[in-house]
Design a protein around this ligand. Structure first.
Ligand SMILES: [Zn+2]
Length: 366
């Protein structure tokens, strides 16, 4: 199949995929390299490669996979989501690739393949995560969005795919079709439909229902803004550099309260599970490092919030995720307050090889 395969065969579908990926690649829907979009024929699944921001997708970057080869993953995953099964799954996904680019397909590829919908878009909107990262989210979701599917938190990757396939089967037995809208607790949104227009309509509906719910609850849809002066920026940078004991890049914002725990896999990957709270000192950074095994990416004191990284992209991404996380916590107040990920879920992400890869790809783009 690899020999006579050309993109032109499915060019309309690929154009539709690129448009959707760009539409839902904005900060309202995803941050950094998170989220994904795909389109499929009966034989081929086309998907955005891992780590590439959705908004940056172009036709030549799309990864194509042989769906028959991809089906091997489901047989493997019957063994359960053990660590060696995860590695085998990653290998099986790689083997199914038929496009020539070396870009790696996402570990969420089988999830896209599992849904019958022609187009599938997976994002992490703050408006949605205000509900999925909350105490009453599951219960309220059933009222606000009957006929959608809610999935309790599952480790991303093959575990999520296995659980999704099971839950979709149950849903299909009940409603006669697969769910077009799926909410994943402490993670995000999956929307599927057979045309880009329908994908857009479903997104519009979800976002409108949530926006009016937050409005009725009196919860603002944006963070309070605060001007940070050049002087404050310089001071904050100097304090952080001293505490880290070396040159680091610092991006500064303020006027909002950070999330104080792990919200979703992407927040853990790009901003770490916990911010370092209080005036940063060498001892505070050392204590943080000995507690978690890595350095903080987000530091907050005196109303300032700083993203830290070895380069501008890493620092800016950390700050963006801190802002997004703060908004999620603010919105979750409308759903009975925030619900953080469990310790077990956090540790899985912190040790996850695939996420490390995604971070590396994002960094290589700077
Ligand atoms: Zn995701």
């Amino acid at each position: 199949m690899a020999g006579n395969y050309t993109f032109e065969d499915d060019s309309q579908l690929l154009l539709g995929l690129v448009e959707l990926s760009r539409t839902y690649g904005g900060p309202e829907y995803v941050r950094a390299g998170g989220g994904n979009a795909s389109v499929k024929t009966s034989q081929v699944l086309y998907i955005k490669p891992s780590g590439l921001p959705m908004a940056a997708l172009t036709i030549d970057k799309i990864v194509a996979l042989d769906r028959a080869a991809l089906a091997e993953v489901y047989a493997l995953s019957a063994d359960g989501p053990a660590a060696n099964a995860q590695a085998k799954v990653v290998e099986a996904i790689k083997r199914a690739v038929i496009s020539s680019d070396k870009a790696r397909p996402s570990v969420e590829t089988p999830l896209h393949d599992s849904l019958q919908w022609r187009f599938v878009v997976h994002t992490h909107p703050a408006l949605v995560n205000g509900m999925t990262c909350s105490q009453d989210g599951r219960h309220r979701c059933a009222q606000l969005f009957p006929e959608t599917l809610w999935i309790d938190y599952v480790d991303p990757g093959i575990s999520l795919c296995i659980e999704l396939r099971r839950a979709v089967q149950v849903y299909q037995a009940r409603f006669g079709v697969q769910p077009p809208v799926i909410f994943v607790q402490n993670h995000g949104l999956v929307i599927g439909a057979d045309s880009p227009q329908l994908v857009r309509q479903l997104h519009d509906h979800v976002m409108q229902v949530l926006a009016s719910f937050y409005k009725r609850a009196g919860v603002p849809l944006a963070l309070p803004s605060r001007q940070v002066s050049e002087e404050q920026r310089k001071q904050a940078t100097a304090i952080i550099q001293k505490a880290f004991g070396r040159e680091v890049v610092v991006e500064v914002d303020g006027g909002f309260s950070c999330a104080t725990g792990p919200l979703t896999p992407d927040h853990v990957v790009y901003a770490r599970s916990y911010p370092l709270e209080g005036l940063p000192t060498e001892k505070a950074v050392w204590d943080y490092r000995s507690r978690f095994g890595y350095e903080p990416r987000v530091l907050t004191w005196d109303g300032l919030v700083c993203g830290v990284g070895k380069d501008l992209l890493e620092a800016r991404t950390a700050l963006e995720l801190a802002q997004d996380g703060a908004l999620v916590v603010q919105l979750a107040a409308a759903f009975g307050g925030v619900r953080y990920m469990s310790e077990q879920a956090r540790l899985f992400i912190e040790g996850w090889e695939a996420e490390a890869y995604r971070l590396k790809v994002l960094q290589s783009r700077s």
